[in-house]
Design a protein around this ligand. Sequence first.
Ligand code: NAG
Ligand code: FE2
Length: 479
Amino acid sequence: MYSISFLMSATPLYKSSSILKNPKPEAQFTVRHSNKENPIMEKCKSFLVFPLLINVLCLFLLPQPILSNELNEFTRQPPRRVIFTTHDRSESDPQQVHISLVGQDHVKVSWITEDKHAPSTVEYGTVSGEYSEKARGHHTSYQYFLYSSAKIHHVSIGPLEPSTTYFYRCGGSGPEFSFKTPPADLPIEFVVVGDLGQTEWTASTLKHADSEDYDVFLLPGDLSYADTHQPLWDSFGRFVEPYASRRPWMVTEGNHEIESFPTTYPNSFTAFNARWPMPFKESGSTSNLYYSFEVAGAHILMLGSYTDFGVDSDQYEWLQADLARVDRSKTPWLIALLHAPWYNTNTAHQGEGEGMRRAMEDLLYNARVDLVFAGHVHAYERFTRIYNNKPDPCGPMYVTIGDGGNREGLALKFKNPASPLSVYREPSFGHGRLRIANETDAHWSWHRNNDADAVEADNLWIHSLSSSRECWNPSRDEL
Ligand SMILES: *[C@@H]1O[C@H](CO)[C@@H](O)[C@H](O)[C@H]1NC(C)=O
Ligand SMILES: [Fe+2]
């Protein structure tokens, strides 16, 4: 018996006709939103009577779908509209509050204030309204063409107790938030969603993910789909706050985070790095674009598809060193997230992850990575365990989960005939859940958005490679 058991209860693919039917709108959203169109778009429309220069400027400021020909590549299930989430607190009140894990027992609280004098402090404690602790952090801001960000605060708090609810307030004013710290040991549950965006579909996905308790949110790239239009980063921060202020969100970059512009912002990731800094220094990385962290019994690699990954690159060297530090007796589960999938039978984005696969697959395979999650392709696809394009009981199981609900819609077309490596594929929005029960067993499930309901469409139990007699020999130190 190898390390995957296919106890799956896969329901058949939707018929494409039922996908293409325009679904009923959601009855309600958990996320506050306004029906107003985005104000900059409105302004641009009124400018369009003005001369060429202004037109060009407006075209640049407008969201990308208008410019992008990517939309024409597929026949997709109708995307739903973008929700622009407005700011309805005072200038000094925190907005866009979100948290991330830092080291074993700290949490970073990030938020934004329009008031430049608002302090970068967090008061917190285990009783609502009573803050026994106070921590001070730092702030930053950035400029992107005509846009100046508000004050972006980041404060690490801790040491915190595991599996404990903390109440906190940012900058001494505004609403109280709370979160639950992850457990110190297994079991632990992750929600995994890529290519999130901020549409009505995203709202369903997040609501479904939240309908059952979980510990940490994992996002393999493509967050806001702001696509250089910076106010959409602010809108995204407000949109996800009800979730991201309550559970740690650990993210890595996708192509939509790049936002580069020749000469002015050549390397960019400006907004992403300023707003969503991850604990990269803590894992010995020199870049927010790749890092690792440990939680309960899992070591999680957050890799960067949009920075150098070749054998001479910093990322490659860091990954090698990071893998050498993994202690499977402490973290029996080893999981990687990256944006552009290495294995993909969808017609969308074919081959885009191939360079990185060629460079790094051996490292992951030899380290016995259990699972690799990717985004980018707007569909769900689960593969068997693979190494070098062949089924391999000691390779990672690959999952594409780029179906969070962004405005570009779904990648509907899969290549036929289906590759035997691909076990389940379906172009629907949804979210995944990885519940690691103990050091040997984990349960993976994928939940399709059926309008207002979430339906578990695919699930299976997975055995860890570190507990596999065939694949794991603790004396293989030379790896
Ligand atoms: C691990 O969890 C699985 C699934 O719940 C269970 O069947 C198994 O007995 C557990 N193993 C140990 C060592 O507790
Ligand atoms: Fe992408």
